[in-house]
Ligand binder design. Structure first.
Ligand code: AMP
Length: 279
């Protein structure tokens, strides 16, 4: 696997690869890689000549400095995992490589930016679009792969790609879970054994909602789920919502195109999110 840390190096390599007609699949990550990330790499590898993974803990998308500070960065282990996964290129820039001093960014993204995650993490999606647009501009991938785990992030990036009329195609990949249902997340390493058990309430409530989907009304499903989460030990609920999959606005009918249930909660000091497509 080739590892590049500067824009200049990766640009030179990519222009050479493009001359050879190689098609590029791109997987942006913040590292602390797990099977969820590796599933994206594998999907890219199945269809593309060249798979590029980036690892960059993007400071502009963290609204809490402590969260940024304690974000896991096991780079040696990550490199080993990517090598074993036969990833072709790792792009590993530092902050100075990606940002000019005092750089500003504002992209009008509409409603989607301020609801759910956006409401609890102000400016988060400005930071996400800022860095992903930089990566897209630099790498110019044919296709970029994102996990459903961050479903709202996928919709925000789709809105950005439409708005900027970028030619990259986006592919959404399923959530990879632990055997007991917990969605894999880089943040899971911060959970104690006890917290790890408490965290199971998130996936459990999503699966219960899906199981009861036919029998109960949307409002009953919401009420059941919120009540379950509010009474779950060791959990501080931020939101549970059943929304239209396209807009993430609260669903008012079960008859629409697609419905998704989304949840966010603190387990101890660790903030976790999860979601499940209901329909
Ligand atoms: P992150 O490193 O958390 O920024 O995630 C990088 C990419 O991996 C994003 O597109 C995530 O949605 C995706 N991802 C994270 N966790 C999972 C998971 N459990 N299953 C599938 N994809 C995931």
């Amino acid at each position: 696997m080739k590892i590049f840390t500067t824009r200049k190096e990766i640009l030179a390599f990519l222009s050479e690869q493009r001359l050879q007609g190689k098609r590029i699949g791109f997987v942006p990550t913040m590292g602390a890689l797990h099977q969820g990330h590796l599933s994206l790499i594998e999907t890219s590898k199945n269809s593309f000549d060249l798979t590029i993974c980036s690892i960059f803990v993007n400071p502009t998308q963290f609204n809490d400095p402590k969260d940024l500070e304690k974000y896991p960065r096991p780079i040696d282990v990550d490199i080993e995992k990517l090598t074993n996964a036969n990833c072709n290129v790792l792009f590993l820039p530092n902050v100075q490589e990606m940002y000019r001093e005092n750089e500003t960014w504002k992209m009008e993204l509409g409603d989607i930016e301020n609801i759910l995650e956006g409401k609890f993490r102000p400016n988060h999606y400005q930071g996400v679009t800022q860095i992903v647009s930089k990566f897209f501009e630099l790498i110019k991938p044919d296709v970029a792969f994102f996990g459903q785990k961050d479903f709202q992030q996928y919709l925000v990036i789709k809105a950005m790609v439409d708005k900027l009329k970028l030619s990259v195609e986006l592919v959404l990949c399923p959530i990879v879970r632990e055997a007991d249902g917990l969605a894999m997340s880089s943040r899971n390493v911060n959970l104690s054994n006890e917290e790890r058990q408490h965290a199971l309430a998130l996936s459990k409530v999503l699966f219960n909602t899906k199981d009861n989907f036919e029998e109960r009304s949307l409002d009953q499903l919401r009420e059941d789920a919120r009540s379950f989460l509010e009474h779950s030990e060791g959990l501080k609920l931020e939101y549970f919502e059943i929304t239209e999959a396209k807009t993430l606005r609260p669903a008012t009918t079960k008859n629409g195109d697609g419905l998704v249930a989304l949840v966010a909660a603190f387990v101890g000091k660790t903030r976790l999110i999860d979601n499940l497509i209901l329909k």
